[in-house]
Design a protein. Structure first.
Length: 348
């Protein structure tokens, strides 16, 4: 989101920010400075926030949280702006008639999700997401398969997105490749019981514990280095990863993802489409297993993708915030034009 703020042309849009942050850190402080005007609303009731927005004369109000924790949908329900939009934070419809539009793209929505959306969907032409690579990312190293002689798969998704069905799929891949290993990154600290539960689940599907490496997430630098220690990353389903997928790709690691009907199960497809790597986004669980297995059997292809991935990403719209900003501004201007046309049309 930060690069989008920076890239907006101020002769086209003026950006006001209303922040609900209970814990202020250096990122929060930095973001505040990117807005033309900023108001901290954490201590304000919904009515007071809505009144402030009306006083500020906001034309288009964009919600960035949806139904996630700490949201302020109560403000949106009061309709303080003539046009209200939801974007980025929540991977689905809000179900609120007070929100007019949801910003997305053609790859991120199925016919089913389009029919279920209460908002009008605005498809940005080259993807709805933008990624800024971390400055602390280590250099891309050689694919582990070259040194080890066997493939290493990995999952870097939040554990809330990992269910038994996912572990069953990953186990099928490992059964296809008896020498392969699996790295599972978890944010569980020193909770050995949780780690043991995951290992037991793999063992239930026929994969012994010695083939599974559980890595406990510590620092971001450690996480990025860990990404570089796998050959192929496997996305979660039905809730795809966003940031972890981008980070894996930046570390040169191809990501295999499974598409579904929900927006949250098509984000991987959306990201890969921006890199012209849609072939890694498959439609069925059988194709997921086949793609991961086939990819891991091609060390040269893995190495070629690894060596070229950062250049591919840097040259793509995924890493060009100014392109996304122009598309977003065009969308906002179209929304405003539509509203003005309706407002000026005679009633009846």
């Amino acid at each position: 989101f930060e690069p989008l703020l920076e890239a907006h042309h101020r002769d086209r849009v003026q950006v006001y920010g209303y922040g609900h942050f209970l814990n202020v850190d250096e990122v929060t402080t930095r973001l505040r400075g990117k807005f033309d005007y900023y108001c901290d609303i954490a201590a304000l009731e919904d009515q007071a926030v809505a009144q402030q927005i009306r006083q500020d004369g906001i034309d288009i109000l964009v919600d960035l949280a949806g139904h996630t924790a700490g949201n302020r949908l109560g403000v949106m329900a009061l309709k303080p702006a003539p046009i209200q939009v939801t974007y980025l934070g929540h991977p689905d419809t809000t179900g609120m008639p007070q929100i007019d539009y949801r910003i997305t793209d053609a790859h991120a929505e199925s016919e089913q999700s389009r029919q279920c959306s209460t908002e009008s969907l605005v498809d940005l032409p080259q993807g709805f997401l933008w990624y800024r690579p971390p400055e602390n990312a280590p250099e891309v190293t050689d694919a582990p398969i070259v040194k080890n002689g066997y493939a290493t798969f990995g999952s870097f998704n939040h554990q809330a997105r990992i269910n038994k069905n996912m572990i069953a799929l990953w186990s099928k891949i490992l059964q296809n490749m008896p020498d392969a290993r699996f790295l599972l990154e978890l944010c569980v600290g020193d909770d050995e019981a949780v780690k043991a539960a995951y290992l037991e689940c793999f063992e239930f599907y026929g994969i012994p514990a010695e083939r599974i490496d559980i890595h406990t997430l510590s620092t971001h630098e450690d996480h990025l280095a860990c990404l570089g220690s796998v050959d192929v990353a496997l996305d979660s389903y039905p809730y795809n990863s966003t940031t972890s997928t981008c980070e894996a790709l930046w570390m040169g690691v191809p990501v295999v993802t499974l598409k579904g009907d929900l927006h949250c199960s098509r984000v991987g497809y959306s990201l890969l489409s921006q890199l012209s790597m849609e072939f890694l986004a498959v439609d069925t669980t059988d194709e997921y297993v086949t793609m991961a297995t086939a990819l891991a059997c091609k060390p040269e292809a893995i190495s070629q993708m690894r060596d070229s991935m950062r250049l591919r990403m840097s040259a793509s719209v995924l890493c060009q915030g100014d392109v996304l900003a122009r598309h977003m501004e065009n969308a906002f201007e179209h929304m405003w034009s539509e509203w003005c046309h309706k407002a000026s049309s005679p009633v009846g």
